[in-house]
Design a protein around this ligand. Structure first.
Ligand code: ZN
Length: 329
């Protein structure tokens, strides 16, 4: 775990970090920006491991004392700065950083602070940290992990090297899942599409049994929808109330229509995302493409309405009526 080779995508950024270590030109503070699940933690931890590795190779060697301790998750010179609250406040910065930063590293050349959810730092917290960033001890390195840079003071930004972590493409995530044996070939594209460029998100979904079950249930219902009478279909609105706070079920329905459209208009399996369900999809793709496109749009519209806090049951009933329109009955 935690080698550069294992990280997919963001190759330029990784090269930058590796060269900095090799040429001994590392900065005292880095700001990693990327959405939740984009791989900030993975990249920061690999960089930290590499900074502390004593072997001076192309990768963290994995066998020196530092790398071995790192693997145990208890490296004495890596400090994870976290908060139990919604924000990273001045007390946390004082207690976890300011009170310890002058103590030299225990065993190695560097002492690395990884600040999680750094975008939640309060202004006071940032001001408290600023002085240390301006005059850090030679051994200290700060890795700030943040979802965006909006909340940072310009003075903090000017003291840190900002590195943007870009999301992976669906294809990159799909290949990753297959090559790592994390998802079957037929399922991988589906989880990749759901991950929306965030590998951590895709991995979470794979582990999420409730999500898998929800998908099975919804797809079974959708494949029966055109055979249902309208009154029967409208009962689904009530059944789906259990998903009221989990809009992912609408993504599942949206993807269902996207796949029906691919099966209908492109007639090419390659474009079907949910390859594990392709029999179901081909069997259900009986309506003209224009009708399917309208239905896909109805799902998107319903999702928007729910975001605007429209009544759940009513929104679902309207959507189901639209999904039943121009059907086979
Ligand atoms: Zn090592």
């Amino acid at each position: 775990m935690y080698t550069f080779e294992e990280i997919w995508g963001n190759q330029r950024l990784l090269l930058h970090l590796r060269m900095a270590v090799k040429n001994q030109k590392t900065s005292h503070a880095y700001l990693f920006i990327g959405g939740a699940g984009a791989g900030k933690r993975m990249i920061a931890k690999t960089f930290a491991k590499y900074l502390l590795c004593t072997s001076q190779q192309e990768e963290p060697c994995g066998i020196c004392d530092s790398c071995r301790v790192f693997g145990s998750g208890n490296h004495p010179d890596v400090i994870h700065v976290t908060s139990q609250k919604k924000t990273l406040g001045v007390d946390e910065i004082r207690r976890q950083i300011l009170e310890t930063v002058d103590i030299k590293p225990y065993h190695y050349d560097k002492k690395i602070y990884i600040l999680h959810q750094a975008h939640t730092m309060t202004v006071q917290a940032q001001n408290a940290l600023l002085k240390t960033l301006e005059e850090p001890p030679a051994y200290a390195v700060f890795l700030l992990l943040a979802e965006n840079s909006d909340a940072f003071l310009p003075t903090i930004l000017s003291r840190t090297v900002t590195l943007k972590i870009s999301p992976l493409t669906e294809e990159e995530i799909r290949m990753y899942l297959i090559q790592k044996g994390l998802a079957a070939k037929e399922e991988a594209a589906f989880f990749a599409a759901y991950g929306q460029g965030r590998i951590g998100h895709a991995l979470e979904l794979i582990e999420d049994e409730a999500f898998r079950q929800m998908r099975e249930d919804i797809l079974a219902q959708m494949s029966r929808l055109s055979a249902m009478r309208l009154s029967e279909a409208l009962l689904l609105a009530k059944e789906w109330e259990i998903f009221k706070n989990d809009s992912r079920f609408l993504d599942i329905i949206g993807l269902w229509y996207r796949d029906l459209l691919a099966a209908k208009s492109l007639r090419d399996e390659h474009f079907i995302i949910q390859k594990d369900k392709k029999e179901l999809i081909y069997a259900a793709a009986t309506e003209p493409a224009e009708v399917l496109a309208k239905k896909a749009a109805a799902v998107t519209k319903a999702k928007e309405r729910l975001i605007q806090n429209a009544n759940f049951r009513l929104t679902m009933e309207v959507m189901l009526m639209e999904l039943k329109e121009n059907g086979n009955q």
